[in-house]
Unconditional design. Structure first.
Length: 365
């Protein structure tokens, strides 16, 4: 770095402005993000839609799901479950799951794969009706269709791809493995995948990068031994600075102290999974208070609410909102870190504009 010392203010502005880029087309936005985390909770819309509405021109809730079958995207695990450009998805496959299947299970999978290949795209209930696999215990201790669990395992292992959604349920098609002769080696693939992580979440505290590379085990469990050396290589090639006792990392071709990083005056309600606020460690360093995702916290123990959306204004997260559609209208409960809303006219006007945008996004009055 040159000139004045890098400060937390520089890093905060850099984090916001680089992530909340000028809205563009859906595919360009996903390529710029590198990965869009998905979540099934709809409060008031799913996380992937709440992320994309800030970054895609005239985006509407459910648009990604509607357009997905025609786009060069894949649903899959990366550091979390979500949507990736096919070029990024290909870096993780062929994938070997940690839990080995028995020969009997592989025989079942092959029979199901042939069944799907004959039909093109299938709904899980078609597989269940044809094979009658019965019931099994799911990860949560409840009962699920064994066919659904088998399809999940086949998708994870790269035997199938998600072809689309039918009323929110994944439909499947056969995934044809196509590994180019000149495909990069394991180290190059891991380096590229870590670059996707850094590009999305930069600037990152060093500990957060380590955490995310740990989560990459979900995407590439077959390369467990190679992840630690890949993390060390990343720490060597990325830009690094120590600010207020914390080591920060970001892409080598960007200047964190550049004057170009200027957050705008827009007020935004962000999903808990938005890259601006996803890293709870960074959130607390930037804004001085602890944000928690409480959807799975028992109601009496919640402080912020079931699905609190961080409320960003300029370069500060000034509060949070719990939003819902009630009787066809948007209901918003807003709370503020300072106990009351900022009284500047710019904030009040910006909040009205954000709630108006949310109504258009949700197609409600």
């Amino acid at each position: 770095m040159t000139g004045m010392p890098l400060t937390l203010d520089h890093l905060r502005r850099y984090a916001i402005a680089r992530s909340l880029f000028k809205p563009t087309t859906l595919m360009r936005a996903i390529h710029k993000l590198g990965f869009v985390q998905a979540d099934p909770i709809r409060a008031p819309a799913r996380a992937q839609d709440l992320t994309l509405r800030h970054r895609v021109i005239d985006y509407r809730a459910g648009e990604l799901e509607r357009r997905y079958p025609r786009l060069a995207l894949e649903e899959d695990f990366f550091v979390n479950y979500g949507f990736l450009p096919r070029a990024h998805h290909a870096l993780m496959h062929p994938r070997s799951a940690r839990q080995a299947w028995t020969p009997t299970r592989w025989k079942q999978a092959q029979a199901v794969r042939e069944f799907i290949a004959e039909r093109g795209v299938v709904h899980p209930r078609e597989v269940d009706a044809h094979f009658a696999h019965g019931k099994t215990t799911n990860w949560f201790g409840g009962s699920s269709n064994a066919s659904t669990q088998l399809l999940d395992g086949m998708h994870y292992r790269g035997l199938l791809r998600v072809a689309g959604r039918a009323s929110g349920t994944r439909t499947y098609a056969v995934r044809e493995e196509d590994v180019p002769v000149d495909a990069p080696g394991i180290d190059a693939r891991l380096d590229a995948l870590i670059d996707v992580i850094v590009h999305k979440y930069a600037p990152l505290p060093d500990a957060s990068l380590g955490q995310l590379v740990g989560y990459l085990a979900r995407g590439v469990p077959q390369w467990e031994a190679a992840r630690k050396p890949a993390l060390q290589r990343a720490r060597q090639r990325l830009q690094r600075a120590r600010v207020e006792g914390i080591d920060w990392l970001w892409p080598p071709d960007e200047r964190a102290d550049s004057r170009r990083w200027k957050p705008d005056d827009q007020v935004r309600l962000l999903t808990p999974f938005d890259p601006v606020v996803w890293d709870r460690r960074r959130f607390e360093l930037f804004w001085g208070w602890a944000y928690r995702f409480e959807a799975y916290t028992p109601a009496p123990k919640r402080r912020l609410g079931y699905y609190a959306l961080p409320l960003l204004w300029r370069e500060r997260v000034v509060g949070w909102g719990n939003l819902a559609v009630v009787d066809g209208a948007l209901a918003a409960q807003l709370q503020y870190v300072a106990g009351a809303a900022p009284q500047e006219a710019a904030f009040l006007e910006g909040l009205d504009a954000e709630l108006a945008r949310m109504r258009v996004f949700l197609a409600v009055d």
